[in-house]
Ligand binder design. Structure first.
Ligand SMILES: Nc1ncnc2c1ncn2[C@@H]1O[C@H](COP(=O)(O)OP(=O)(O)OP(=O)(O)O)[C@@H](O)[C@H]1O
Ligand SMILES: [Mg+2]
Length: 354
């Protein structure tokens, strides 16, 4: 009898900075869809008790089974991961238990490769982990398995200090727990939003050199609009400032993972840039269409899609029986109404002005 096929553990990128509000979640969600646009199967893991990445994919309230249950062995990965609107992108959501029992992960944070082992059978190429803004036990669990850590940094006056502390913690985890942990780079986010931003960015570039990406994610109002609609900005506006920034940053992540050339970072070649952009634009039209067909009382693409697929909820919820969550998606109704009104106004203006 042949031995069972060996599952290659996925490459794991942890998105982390101890500092809050630097665009970790925005980066993790956009990286996940952009990696899919470049052809990879992706699992986004929400390890933040705030559950922002989970909500960003329209899943609200938090489900009963998710990342915490998988890590502590209460549920299998197949039971917990949810399919998303983007075929080939799955989500391992945050749960209330993660919020209440972070201390139960202290042991997991000291064990190299535990999360990696739990996710080995998913068959995805890349796992992107959205970490909380602290070196909580959940973050330690992610870093103990990660192939590389990507650090978003918002160049505000305290950014440098936050980055130095984060860098120190990563170094310590590499020495003590995970010698394989590499650096996927430092990504400047929300640039050009503060008068001192340029100076802070210069200091960070001078100190961290080529670890800092040449590409920056500019401050862009479309990010907030996308968040309100539970869409990644790379889908809502793939050719816009932040949307295109995330596409380019994803290529940079892939380049750096390729350069590391260490076990756990080998990936197949990505699709070309045009193919990736076209895929994002396609998702943009389908999610817009779903928003405009939204049912009364719900908003966001996920709610619209859930109602549309009333008879086939499994389409949205992947390999386990968590389907009711998809149907219970609730976002603010006025957001979709405002969005639809905006589209209609846009069409009217174009009609008037040819
Ligand atoms: N490029 C951008 N332009 C404008 N706003 C942005 C941009 N990136 C992120 N934001 C906004 O900044 C806020 C913080 O972003 P986000 O939640 O991704 O940060 P975070 O680091 O995950 O926060 P936390 O530490 O609380 O987890 C959000 O309101 C988000 O919409
Ligand atoms: Mg966050």
């Amino acid at each position: 009898m042949n031995p069972p096929a060996v599952q290659t553990p996925p490459v794991m990128v942890a998105v982390f900075n101890q500092k809050g509000g630097v665009a970790k979640t925005t980066t993790a969600c956009n990286l996940a869809v952009c990696l899919r646009a470049f052809g990879y199967k992706v699992l986004l893991v929400d390890l933040d008790t705030q559950g922002n990445a989970t909500a960003s994919f329209g899943i609200t309230p938090l489900p009963a089974i998710g990342a915490f249950e998988v890590i502590v062995g209460r549920a299998g990965i197949g039971q917990a991961m949810l399919a998303t609107e983007y075929e080939g992108v799955w989500l391992l959501p945050a749960t209330m238990s993660l919020r209440d029992n972070d201390q139960m992960l202290v042991h997991a944070g000291k064990r190299r490769g535990l999360l990696e082992a739990r996710l080995a059978e998913t068959g995805v190429h890349i796992v992107v982990v959205d970490c909380p803004p602290a070196l909580a036990a959940a973050t330690a669990t992610a870093l103990a398995s990660a192939s590389a850590v990507l650090m978003p940094v918002r160049p505000d006056p305290y950014a440098h200090e936050g980055l130095v502390n984060t860098w120190y913690e990563i170094k310590r985890i590499r020495e003590v727990v995970n010698v394989q942990l590499g650096v996927a780079g430092i990504l400047l986010t929300m640039t050009a939003s503060e008068p001192t931003g340029d100076d802070v960015a210069k200091v960070i570039r001078a100190e961290f050199g080529e670890q800092v990406y040449g590409i920056e994610i500019s401050t862009d109002p479309m990010v907030a609009q996308a968040a309100q609609l539970a869409l990644p900005v790379a889908v809502l506006d793939p050719d816009g400032l932040a949307g295109r920034g995330y596409v380019d940053a994803t290529l940079e992540v892939l380049r750096r993972l390729g350069r590391q050339n260490r076990p756990g970072t080998a990936l197949p070649e990505p699709l070309g840039l045009d193919d990736a952009l076209n895929r994002l634009r396609e998702w943009r039209s389908t999610t817009h269409a779903a928003l405009l067909r939204r049912p009364e009382g719900n908003s966001g693409w996920a709610a619209a899609k859930a109602a549309e697929d009333d008879d086939e909820e499994e389409d949205f919820v992947a390999p386990r029986g968590n389907a009711p969550e998809a149907a219970r998606l609730r976002l603010l109704p006025w957001l979709a109404a405002a969005f639809a009104a905006g589209m209609a106004f846009d069409a009217l203006i174009r009609h008037w002005w040819g």
